[in-house]
Design a protein around this ligand. Structure first.
Ligand code: 13P
Length: 266
């Protein structure tokens, strides 16, 4: 059975005690699901204490970013090597990092490779801006982001990574996700089909089938089952709603209901 993957990206929110409280509340509400993997991506500051607090049968941890060199004179950075053994995943190439922190295609490529070198699964974010979509450039943007990020990887490595399709125009500011514009299922279907076909063409059938693809952008519980119906979608990268224990546990519960309604077959 294909597992569903749900990742909560807390972005730059919650200090140590707030993060601990959220985990406490989530642990009360979220049962152990064999076929749903739930991943929390808190700030770098809280990864270590949360690693001691989380029930590992329910949650795994992700970092939101890391630097691609293993160690050295890079003031302010944390490397993938340092995160080894602490996290299962690292988010790489989030649009906020690409746009606000000007991460280039080459930087995202080097970070993807560094994650794999350190036995951490990258969650590689790709997606077009509103202008790029309006100009009809969505596939070109996805192509360029995928081609550079995956360029140093083998087929087996690509089969194991996670790709998050996050159309930039659908991402909320963390508070307005309930009324924010979001992608329509057919737009997501097109993009996900394109991503899988790119991976299949370049890395072969097995990688195209096995690579996990998430949708991200104003995810709320109400859209979960409709988006899991989109062929090739394996789960969600959730921003704003992951900061609310009620909404995030509802997203997980909705995915569980969807599986139990007999949709679990691939
Ligand atoms: P929202 O769910 O708040 O739109 O954030 C999406 C996102 O950027 C997750 O990485």
């Amino acid at each position: 059975m294909r597992k569903i993957l749900i990742v909560g990206n807390w972005k730059m929110h919650l200090n140590t005690s707030q993060a601990s409280l959220l985990v406490h509340r989530l642990q009360e509400r979220v049962p152990i699901h064999r076929d749903i993997e739930v991943v929390l991506a808190p700030t770098m500051l809280t990864l270590q204490p949360l690693s001691l607090q989380i029930d590992r049968r329910k949650f795994r941890l992700a970092a939101q970013n890391a630097y691609w060199r293993d160690e050295g004179p890079f003031t302010g950075e944390v490397s993938f090597t340092m995160l080894r053994d602490l996290v299962h995943y690292v988010i790489v190439g989030h649009s906020e990092r690409r746009h606000i922190f000007e991460e280039s295609l080459e930087t995202v490529r080097d970070k993807t490779a560094a994650a794999i070198r350190n036995e951490i699964t990258p969650i590689l974010c790709v997606g077009e801006t509103k202008v790029e979509r309006d100009e009809g450039e969505t596939k070109q943007v996805l192509h360029d982001q995928l081609m550079s990020a995956l360029s140093n990887l083998t087929s087996a490595e690509v089969a194991d990574i996670v790709i998050a399709y996050e159309p930039v125009w659908a991402i909320s500011d963390g508070t307005n996700f309930k009324e924010h514009i979001m992608a329509k299922p057919d737009q997501v279907a097109d993009a996900v089909r394109y991503i899988r076909s790119y991976v299949t063409d370049v890395f072969g059938e097995r990688a195209g089938k096995d690579v996990r693809i998430l949708y991200g952008g104003s995810t709320v519980p109400e859209i979960v089952s409709g988006f899991l119906d989109v062929p090739g979608v394996d789960g969600f990268l959730v921003g704003g709603a992951s900061l609310n224990y009620h909404l995030f546990s509802e997203i997980i519960a909705a995915a569980n209901r969807w599986q139990r309604q007999g949709n679990e077959e691939d």
